[in-house]
Write a protein that binds this ligand. Structure first.
Ligand code: URA
Length: 237
């Protein structure tokens, strides 16, 4: 594999950052300095060091799942099927876990990984990674709701939500909306609509940050993230 990929996967920064580190000449493969980001390395056989410190290779996986309803966002459950049960053996053996959670009755984009740093970076409230949902709402969603969500609404436990961007896709007794939020409180979208007297009847996550769910993935299907997609998620704003 490429040295820049190995270092980025091991948490030494994004591919761009790792490229800069390589240019400084502090990275060695089997004692030889390597500056070329494209240089090939066999991590199982060769010793990679940064400033003399050995880089311990542990393969990470990053999966994009189109979660169906009825499965839970956990690694194990005695009663219900979990998102990990949807994975092929070749992926499950990496012992991955879901990045955050979607409710049992929510569909859509769920990331699954075994990289704790990646998961932490996406979940950290400091990074404000956006999550975009589409939903069917019982009740007429109005321009007042757009304003209320933008200013923040008070949830049932007294929490004032951060500004959220609400777009009305269709407006009637049953409405369709798109909502982008920057936080992930328990049942957040459902509780935000409850705060304005409406009820979410269908919920699907369509994007995390700038990355959209691959529309070719059917419910229950998943695929590995491309390097570009990984970078897109890890880019700092
Ligand atoms: N908000 C919810 O209410 N449920 C989810 O699954 C995700 C966001």
């Amino acid at each position: 594999m490429r040295i820049d990929k190995l270092l980025a996967n091991m948490g030494y920064g994004t591919r761009k950052e790792v490229k800069k580190v390589l240019k400084t000449g502090i990275v060695q493969i089997d004692g030889e300095p390597v500056k070329d980001a494209k240089a090939q390395v066999k991590p199982e056989e060769q010793v990679v060091t940064i400033h003399g410190d050995v880089v311990h290779y542990q393969p990470y996986i990053y999966l994009m799942l189109n979660k169906p309803k009825g499965v839970i966002s956990a690694t194990e459950d005695e009663e219900h099927e979990t998102v990990i049960d949807l994975l092929a053996y070749e992926h499950a053996l990496f012992q991955p876990f879901p990045v955050g959670r979607l409710d049992k009755d929510t569909e859509g984009f769920l990331l699954i990984t075994n990289d704790g740093k990646f998961s932490h970076a996406l979940m950290s409230p400091k990074r404000h990674v956006t999550k975009t949902y589409v939903a069917v709402i019982k009740g007429e969603v109005t321009d007042e709701d757009i304003v209320a969500f933008n200013e923040g609404v008070v949830l049932d436990d007294g929490y004032l939500t951060k500004p959220a961007h609400l777009k009305i896709l269709s407006q009637a007794a049953i409405s369709e909306i798109e909502l982008t939020i920057t936080e992930g409180k328990y049942h957040q979208v459902k509780r935000m609509f409850e705060a304005v007297g409406k009820k979410v009847t269908e919920l699907k996550r369509k994007a995390i940050g700038a990355l959209e769910l691959d529309s070719t993935l059917k419910l229950g299907e998943y695929r590995e993230l491309s390097e570009e997609e990984y970078e897109l998620l890890m880019e700092r704003d």
